[in-house]
Design a protein around this ligand. Sequence first.
Ligand code: MG
Length: 375
Amino acid sequence: MQNDTTLILLAAGSSTRFGLPVKKQWLYQGEDPLWLRVARSFADAAPFPRILVVGQREELECMRLFAPEYDYVAGGESRQASLSNALREVRTPWVLVNDIARCCLDEALLRRILDCKGEADCIAPALPAVDTVYYRDAPVNREEIRLIQTPQLSRTDILRTAIRNGENTDESSAIHRIGGSVLLVEGSANAHKLTTPADLRRLECLKPPGSRTFTGYGLDTHAFEEGKAMVLGGVPIDSPLGFKAHSDGDVALHALIDALLGAAGMGDIGEHFPDNDPRWKGADSGELLEAVAKRIRGCGFEIRNVDLSILAETPRLSPYKTAMRTRIAGILGLPTPRVNVKATTSEKMGFVGRKEGVTVHAVATLGYFNWKEAS
Ligand code: MG
């Protein structure tokens, strides 16, 4: 048991250079996202008293549902800002830090690092350079070159001081910069960093995503308001009535957003866009839908199809259904046949029948993003 060591897993990156719609930490491995698989592999290899997972703030709730036994910390703008947030929570004298992108744990490497605990302020894995190395326009002696990997084991207090002293790409360089001691141990090809989609084929520990699908359901109702412009299904509707709402009141897109969030297990529209937040006053619901689709894709899902049923006594919607399908398909980046819009009345019964407002039901189906096909 590593009683004196906290494990920090850095999984808050936005994967902007990765080139796929999914963030690396959310690549599904069977039924588990990558960050969870990495956390479990460390927990199985060496029992740590506490595991801190650093994630993007809006994803922490969702992460906690996967594994309530770990602790979660909101990341910052950079790797170092994320690490700094996590270090505030650490109470042990030692801390082991690993990037989620180093996703194939080599247990022998972990053992080599932990066995050297106490021998330096930082213990880091390193590989020799196998290629010829140039610095600017001249070759250098590659025997003197070391390429540094993670995980790295550091003294918590020294690391805290070190990262206050400017931006660094890892713990060893931060500690070295303030005069701390760094011990390099033999690295591992398995600790290669997942950087580009080509690495998805190279890293042998990665498993393909599972084939399950997920269904979500959404429901929304809005009352009419006279003299407001009506937007429904992302399309302007010729009507003397609009919808009473904090946003543009597009009740169809709101129901659809809830269906998508429901399928992804990501809560509801009010949690993502609170109606007491001035940022969303008069918001274009098309932009909210686009943001939700991006968030869902970022978390490892792909949208398979959506289907909407609009209940309205007035206005007559059949002339607009095709335009709504095209508009929603455009926002979601789906082929139009994968978006269906139905319109019906409620036979003059209830509040819809009395022409007081409109109700929309929506269903969405998601699957895991198949990164194996995309890589
Ligand atoms: Mg609404």
